[in-house]
Design a binder for this molecule. Sequence first.
Ligand code: SF4
Ligand code: SF4
Length: 364
Amino acid sequence: MASPLREYLADPFLSQMYEQVRAVGPIRSISVDLTHACNLRCQGCYFFAEGMDQTAAPVDERNFDAFIEREKSRGTNFVTVVGGEPALELGRLRKIYENFWMSVATNGTLRIPYDGLEQMPIGVAVWGDHETDRRLRGGDEVFAHALKNYRDDPRAFWYYTLTPGNAHEVPGVVRQCVENGNRVLFNFYGDLTGVGGELDHRRGFDEVHREVQRMIAEYPDHILLSDYVSKVVSTGTLYGDRWGHEVCTSLSVDHPVNRERLANGKPFNRHFVAYNADLLTTRRCCTSVDRACESCFDVWGHFSWIMLNLRQHLGSKREFTAWLTTMYLFYVINRIVDFDEGVELLPEIHRRTLTAPRVPVAVG
Ligand code: SF4
Ligand code: SF4
């Protein structure tokens, strides 16, 4: 063990997280569009914006079963299920759950049953308070339905996509999610379709990031994103590198468009591929065919960016803590390590990584 690591791990809080993460062994992940269909058409949805629904899911169940077997023999042990709306394909979702560690992103309008899926990590999307949600995701009260579907469901966490001009909505949305009995992870909106105004990511996420900090301070046992990860996503920087294709770690390793990038010496996930819904072809990355990376604020992509850059985080105990808590939160949210034990540690994780004042200071 390198000496700084030994010094940092003399801290029992850090060593307990580190040991759990190490005990799991390597994560070999892929992402899969479980279906090309969705019951909504949200404004700025990356899936439809880039025509990813043009690739159809296999009709024959045997093709799906063969895909699972292929991935198992390739060594895949973690699957991020996206789409389309995965809750439209419950049988296939169950098969993925039974064969891999996994997590699923859903719009929350169709409840994923509990029986037999008790440990499934379910990220339920919300894009703002009811009015914003209605405007961006159609008039069907998506947020209200999703709240009802996942009330007090321990599997569900809110996958709250923050829009840059709507920081004022954050406390109200988070309060509703917490009062609904769920935890909250944040994502950041990229204005792919050029809507502009309060959705324009070029406005920057400073204000939104400060709200995240306030939410951490207010609900330390319910927020699944650390101040550190929020900062990396909202600024798009990590040790002088700027987020984008040249440093991105979640790229399909078999895709020709990534060949040069994967040879540039920056770390990357050596197993990862992002499968289209046909389960045969792959695309550049989970969230894109060829979008401009400057519009990408995908939180899982940034988790991976941090996680694969341990060496840069060894300069001090504080930096190592930022790295280790990122790893650990990824493992907890996705139930790769014991979830109940992990969420018990949330307040201490935030106590060590939150850089803002713990209590909002009134000015004037
Ligand atoms: S629910 Fe998800 S997949 Fe469906 S349109 Fe909205 S963002 Fe896209
Ligand atoms: S769009 Fe995002 S995830 Fe895709 S290559 Fe660019 S930075 Fe990476």
